[in-house]
Design a protein around this ligand. Structure first.
Ligand code: ADP
Ligand code: MG
Length: 358
């Protein structure tokens, strides 16, 4: 697409694809065209050239109002109606759509619970009786009320102080895991993009300079501007001397299972330990990682976990971060097991490590 304002191109021959179910972050400094891109996606504005396709269909052929009901939109200014209660704000569109009162009420309670606002405390409050973070949660609940498959978020945590911002980012990640949604999230904050993204698209001057995972952007920046935006120079220094033991997450015994147990036993263990993934030790050199979701999706729950999980590369505690990255990179693995002789000490999650280097 191209979008021109008074002869200057806000969006300049922009073309990219977002995959179903991913959290795609658009990262760029102020004025790079991020908001304009979101507004083009939900047809608040139309491009001068080009088109937006949703599941292969040109959005120009769709009714804009109906389209927007299928696309949740969360903005920094939140935009709650001040004279409406939380309940009325969230229930507005369902009312317009003539849902049954009971269904609206149930949906509101479900969403408030999801965004960690107990309904009995918050349903009847007005926006000015909420903190900034609470307003932002109501904004998210409102955007989710029609259960849109696609969610656009424009610097939603931008106005919050750093601590609250981090808390909401983490909460948002766990909410995201419960929802089956495609999310386009705009930010100018590199750290935020690394925490949240499946993939990041770096925008500058209305163009998409590069799309990649955090480590691809860090270690294979497409050009000088990307490298400047990501700040790659500094990190190269750190990865040469950081060792696996400096950056690993320690394994506690709940997260480690032996390979002779069944899926069902592993699921029970993970649920009672409140963990969502674990490490399977199959032999001293064969270590795998499996998530609770994958186990729950396994049809035969009596089956042994022996053949399941994704095999992890194994490193020693003193291996440097750069050697881990070099070995993992060709296979695009993002996780490694750290072992001292035959004992699993921990795992390294590459993306969260790289994020910490910022
Ligand atoms: P970002 O969200 O990345 O900060 P925007 O998408 O809001 O950037 O803006 C991209 C460029 O387009 C900026 O130079 C901005 O001034 C310009 N622009 C955006 N909207 C308008 C508008 N309605 N009229 C004129 N210029 C605009
Ligand atoms: Mg903007």
């Amino acid at each position: 697409m191209t979008k021109i304002y008074k002869e200057s191109k806000a969006i300049d021959d922009l073309s990219f694809e977002i995959c179903k179910g991913e959290l795609f972050v658009i990262l760029g400094s102020s004025g790079s065209g991020k908001t304009t891109t979101l507004r083009l996606i939900n047809r608040l504005i139309d491009p001068d050239e080009g088109a937006v396709y949703l599941n292969g269909n040109d959005t120009k052929t769709m009714d804009p109002v109906k389209l927007r009901r299928k696309i949740g939109y969360v903005i920094q200014q939140i935009g709650l109606f001040p004279h409406m209660t939380v309940k009325e704000n969230i229930g507005l569109i369902p009312h317009l759509e003539k849902w049954k009162e009971e269904d609206i009420s149930n949906k509101i309670d479900e969403l408030l619970t999801l965004v960690a606002l107990p309904p009995q405390l918050f349903r009847s409050r007005y926006p000015n009786q909420l903190s900034g973070g609470q307003q932002q949660r109501v904004g998210l609940a409102r955007a989710l009320v029609m259960d849109p498959p696609l969610l656009l978020m424009d610097e939603p945590f931008g106005a919050l102080d750093p601590l609250l911002r981090m808390q909401l980012q983490n909460e948002f990640l766990s909410i995201k895991r419960k929802l089956d949604k495609t999310i386009v999230f705009v930010t100018h904050d590199i750290e935020e993009s690394f925490i949240l993204a499946d993939r990041i698209g770096v925008m500058h001057g209305g163009k998409m300079l590069q799309i990649g995972t955090p480590s691809e952007l860090l270690f294979e920046p497409a050009n000088e501007i990307v490298s400047k935006i990501i700040g790659a120079e500094n990190k190269f220094k750190a990865i040469k001397f950081l060792q696996a033991k400096d950056v690993m997450i320690l394994i506690d015994k709940n997260c480690l299972i032996e390979s002779d147990i069944s899926c069902k036993e592993a699921i029970d263990k993970m649920i009672s330990g409140k963990i969502d993934s674990c490490i399977i030790k199959k032999s001293n050199s064969d270590i795998a990682h499996i998530s609770l979701i994958d186990l729950l999706n396994e049809k035969d729950k009596e089956r042994s976990v022996m053949d399941l999980g994704n095999k992890l590369s194994v490193f020693a505690p003193s291996d440097t971060l750069s050697s881990i990255i070099l070995l993992l990179k060709p296979s695009k693995e993002s996780m490694a097991a750290i072992m001292d002789h035959d004992k699993v000490l921990g795992i390294v999650r590459l993306n969260s490590v790289l994020m910490n280097l910022i």
